[in-house]
Design a protein around this ligand. Structure first.
Ligand code: FES
Ligand SMILES: [Fe+2]
Length: 461
């Protein structure tokens, strides 16, 4: 399986040539089917992957004023992101009251610079600091400053405005730029400021999160499963290029009736078929505008409108930028065979309503086709007949790549837990009030949980 490379992209705006001329590397097998249905593997994946990865949540343009917030659940963890009144930054907090753990936010979105818990009335400001704890003024030893909401690492990518979180509380958590080396530069190719939020929708899938990612990470299935998409893009040009913890997808748009500008007409990173929505230098802009006028004059194929910057972000997100709109897909695992798919669509400012609808219809058709593939695939993975399949070395390179990261992170964490003799949850915060007595009671619980079954050699924590 391909090793994880975190080297920055050297040619970010066009697919590199295949590394091997003529001959292909041998293929590799998928991870075993048990990894798509085991409750224990699922829980291990949460600790090994989701609770220590940088994960995309939302675009910063959704936050207009101080106090605007959005709540999320990822990998079973409830949290919210709020625009701070103190410094205007976006900040993330666990949606857990420090008193008795009631959720302090109970709506999907809202706006308030004071977060009041509706259980016993504790209040926090938009920086997560406890400002009020009724009747605790007289309590000996109680310190408000030690009872702020638990913060979560939050990063807004300045090139795009995409907002990410990382649940890990471990030391040596890679910072965002290190985690996604090369991504910042890649995202400068698309002008996110020219787009505004349009709509969201959700699909409720009876399948493992990886079932969806498997399909997302290749277009080998497109000619058979996406007839519409296959008329819009030249499927033989579809490439998934691994770039460390993200992959870029490339495909050449079909413009049969359109004269495609000569490759040399303007600079590499500023022309190509990804021209729409991109930032251009003044010199190249004129040439590109002329080429674009030509295209528009002749264009009949609606697929010709779509030019992409498509990125898979490990572990479970996709950012797909076209000219009329960009959208994100968030693949949210609930159990081994239950996953919520969330789509947020942002359309180009000023885009006509019928064009928005055309884009949404196009997107929803393709996504539904993928959804149906996953539903039936998972049923067969659950049967216990199939175990592993042979993947194509180039057509399914993206699948090999991301499954390789999953395998490596899970194996590494499994070894850590085996050595420790207990589960290690990087997202655990615990707080500062744990005393010896609480620790002792915790030990009793973990001994009971870990020691189940005589002669049990498995990781039955
Ligand atoms: S749980 Fe929030 S105030 Fe008691
Ligand atoms: Fe698909």
């Amino acid at each position: 399986m391909a090793a994880v490379s975190v080297a920055p992209a050297s040619v970010p705006s066009a697919p590199p040539k295949e590394a091997i001329d003529g001959k292909l590397l041998p293929g590799e097998h998928t991870l075993p089917a048990s990894w798509w249905k085991s409750e224990k593997i699922f829980e291990l994946e949460k600790r090994a992957i989701f609770n220590k990865s940088w994960m995309y949540c939302i675009h910063e343009s959704r936050f207009k004023k101080a106090g605007d917030y959005f709540s999320f659940t990822v990998s079973g963890i409830n949290f919210f992101i709020i625009k701070s009144k103190v410094d205007g930054q976006l900040k993330a907090f666990h949606n857990v009251c420090r008193h008795r753990a009631y959720p302090v936010i109970r709506k999907e979105k809202g706006s308030s610079t004071i977060i009041g818990c509706k259980y016993h009335g504790w209040s926090y400001n938009s920086d997560g600091q406890l400002t009020k704890a009724p009747h605790f003024e007289q309590v000996e030893g109680f310190k408000k400053e030690e009872n702020s909401l638990f913060p979560i690492k939050c990063h807004t990518q300045k090139e795009s405005g995409l907002v990410f979180v990382n649940f890990s509380n471990e030391e040596n958590v890679p910072d965002f730029d290190e985690w996604f080396t090369g991504l910042n530069q890649e995202m400068t190719e698309f002008d996110f400021t020219d787009y505004e939020y349009h709509m969201s929708y959700e699909l409720d899938g009876q399948f493992n999160w990886k079932t969806l990612m498997d399909g997302y990470q290749e277009c080998y299935h497109c000619p058979t499963a996406h007839p519409g998409l296959s008329t819009a893009f030249k499927m033989e040009t579809y490439k998934v290029v691994p770039k460390g913890r993200y992959c870029r997808h490339y495909a050449e748009v079909v413009k049969e009736e359109i004269e495609i500008p000569d490759d040399d007409a303007d600079a590499d990173e500023e022309s190509s078929w990804f021209g729409f929505g991109k930032k251009k230098s003044a010199a190249a802009a004129e040439a590109a505008a002329e080429a674009e006028r030509k295209m528009k004059a002749k264009k009949e194929n609606p697929g010709g409108e779509f030019n992409g910057l498509w990125v898979y972000l490990f572990p479970n997100h996709g950012i797909n930028c076209y000219s009329p709109a960009w959208y994100s897909i968030r693949v949210l695992p609930l159990s081994p065979n239950h996953t919520i798919l969330q789509y947020d669509i942002y359309t180009k400012k000023g885009l006509a309503e019928d064009k928005k609808k055309e884009f949404v219809d196009f997107l929803q058709l393709v996504e539904l086709e993928d959804f149906n593939l996953c539903q039936l695939t998972q049923k067969n993975l659950d049967q216990g007949v199939y175990n592993s399949g042979y993947l194509h070395p180039t057509k399914e390179r993206g699948v090999l790549h991301y499954q390789g990261i999953v395998r490596d992170m899970v194996k590494e964490h499994y070894e850590l837990e085996s050595k420790a003799g207990k589960p290690i949850n990087p997202a655990f915060v615990g707080g500062n009030s744990i005393n010896e007595s609480v620790k002792e009671l915790d030990e009793i619980c973990s001994n009971l949980e870990c020691g189940s079954g005589e002669g049990d050699k498995g990781l039955d924590w």
